[in-house]
Design a protein around this ligand. Structure first.
Ligand code: NAP
Length: 255
């Protein structure tokens, strides 16, 4: 556990999966944490689960809705005043061969993953203290191109580029900006909110076969990497940290 007591943090897209693991690690470490999600049901469930956790604030805020993003900024300012750590984790995925991708699907993924992530950071970065850090979530699709994930990969490549430029622009204010790039990680959605449990199981099996470590990662392993970038790696900015069991970097044994 990393001691983050006395810090104020926000996790954009923290109601389940990796974001929720980051929220739990921050609360366990003693931080005050603002948590957001889009689904009213998920937000209500997390609010109930965290009701007895000191320092947890759960807000429904859709990153594609400008008014919600403005309201989030106001809540952060009113509740904690300033932020030490911002984790922009939000992301959705839809798969299709590139010849079959619809304009609606393209727009939906770019609206959440790229535009939503960008403007969340733009709204909240003025509230960050010197010495603070931002961590975005990208994807292994940046390093290991995946058939049927052209648009998703493009959104995450955009996030990586945003982070690199923000790292330069926020350096004078003493704020570091990095990204964590997960491989196949077991989460309730596997990043595909609309996929059936059979499709998720098939994705998991495929991931276990493709990953040199021959297993999927855990949300705890992602949370550890996110908190490392946020609080420990104080001489690191502008980088993407792969957390993917060697996918795209290491030859699998026997391959
Ligand atoms: N799982 C994987 O194997 C994998 C691999 C590589 C990268 N990633 C990336 O890692 C991140 C986390 O993945 P995950 O599997 O943990 O995802 P997840 O369980 O589906 O969680 C996504 C989070 O984003 C929130 N969210 C979605 N759309 C939103 C919107 N419009 N406004 C605000 N919040 C919104 C969700 O909230 P609600 O559902 O409550 O609305 C949830 O809290 C994503 O960026 C994903 O693209 C995942």
């Amino acid at each position: 556990m990393i001691d983050v007591s006395g810090t104020s943090c926000a996790v954009i897209g923290g109601t389940h999966g990796m974001g929720r693991a980051v929220v739990d690690a921050l609360l366990d470490g003693g931080a005050e944490v603002i948590v957001t999600g889009r689904s009213a049901d998920n937000v209500a469930a997390v609010r109930a689960e965290l009701a007895d956790r000191k320092g947890a604030h759960v807000l429904q805020a859709d990153v594609t809705n400008d008014a919600d993003t403005a309201r989030l900024g106001e809540l952060v300012a009113d509740t904690v005043g300033a932020l030490d750590f911002l984790h922009v984790n939000v992301g959705i995925a839809e798969v299709a061969p590139f010849e079959e991708v619809s304009a609606e699907s393209y727009d939906a993924m770019f609206a959440v993953n790229a535009k939503g992530a960008f403007f969340s950071a733009q709204r909240l970065s003025p509230l960050m203290r010197s010495g603070g850090a931002i961590v975005f979530t990208t994807s292994v699709t940046n390093q290991a191109p995946s058939p049927t994930m052209s648009v998703y990969a493009g959104t995450k490549a955009a996030v990586r580029a945003f982070a690199e430029v923000m790292a330069s622009e926020l350096l004078p204010r003493g704020i570091r900006v990095n990204t964590v790039s997960p491989g196949f990680i077991e989460t309730p959605t596997m990043g595909f909110a609309s996929a059936s449990s059979e499709e998720r199981a098939a994705l998991m099996e495929m991931g276990d076969n493709l990953t040199p470590m021959r297993r999927h990662g855990t949300v705890r392993e992602i949370a550890d990497a996110v908190l490392f970038l946020g609080f420990v790696a104080t001489f690191t900015t502008g980088v993407e940290l792969p957390v993917n069991g060697g996918l795209g970097h290491v030859a699998a044994a026997g391959a």
